[in-house]
Each structure stands twice: as structure tokens, then as C-alpha cells.
Write a protein that binds this ligand. Structure first.
Ligand SMILES: [Zn+2]
Length: 131
């Protein structure tokens, strides 16, 4: 492995339509070479509801591999328009995103964590919350 390569981490939906927009956004925004992709159907639903402990731990383990082995200093959690894994309105998804970010902050990731929304034009919007 090239030790000078810079990585960021993404917890994205498995939906193929969100992959390239998010990877391109992360590479530009955080000036990284590669994006480690952790995908689930509707990840904000999975993390916000905390109903499947195995799935949650699996996501957390992958986040820590990306940080510890690839030195990732930026993590994004993604929700998107027309999500088959999470068939609820945007407002509800944004609420799940907010809640999920609070959980992820407890996982031990030391870098910056952001929430992203992929809209109906497959453009990426950063979602900010008052903490
Ligand atoms: Zn989805």
C-alpha cells in the first residue's frame, strides 16, 4: 500500500446512484485520493433505530478499520432522495441523519464527521445541525 495515499470514510446507501456523486464530492471537499465505502440499505435508518446490533457493530468496525488502517480523518454519513431501503419523507430522513450522527460521534472516530444529502438531481448537499 502507498502510505502517502489519503483516505476518507463514507457510510452510504448501497444504492448505485449515490456512489459516484458522493465519492467525487468527498475527493474534492476533503482533498483525498480514495474513499472507503461502507454501504447498507438506508444507513441512517439502521443507525438511528439501533434495532440490529450486529449490523451496527459491523458498520462501526468498518469505520474503525478505515481510521486505523487508512488514517481517515473525514467521515460522511449519507441519506438520499428515493431511498428504497428507507421509504420515508426527506424531513424524516434528515431527523434520522441527525440522530445517527450523534451515535457515530460516540464510536471513537477522531476526525471530522459530516451529514450529506443526495437530492433528486443526484447532487450532494451538506446538512448542518445546530448542536
Ligand atoms: Zn437508499
Amino acid at each position: 500500500m502507498n502510505n502517502s495515499a489519503r483516505f476518507a470514510t463514507v457510510i452510504n446507501c448501497m444504492d448505485g446512484r449515490t456512489q459516484l456523486p458522493i465519492i467525487n464530492y468527498m475527493r474534492t471537499k476533503f482533498n483525498v485520493d480514495y474513499v472507503d465505502n461502507i454501504t447498507e440499505p438506508g444507513p441512517v435508518k439502521v443507525i438511528a433505530e439501533q434495532s440490529n446490533d450486529f449490523q451496527l457493530r459491523s458498520i462501526q468496525q468498518r469505520v474503525m478499520i478505515s481510521q486505523d488502517k487508512h488514517g481517515s480523518k473525514h467521515l460522511a454519513l449519507v441519506a438520499h432522495y428515493d431511498c428504497t431501503g428507507n421509504h420515508v419523507e426527506k424531513n424524516k430522513q434528515i431527523e434520522q441523519l441527525r440522530k445517527s450522527l450523534e451515535t457515530i460521534r460516540l464510536w471513537g472516530f477522531k476526525g471530522m464527521i459530516v451529514g450529506l444529502w443526495v437530492n433528486e438531481n443526484w447532487q450532494v448537499e451538506e446538512i448542518t445541525f445546530n448542536r
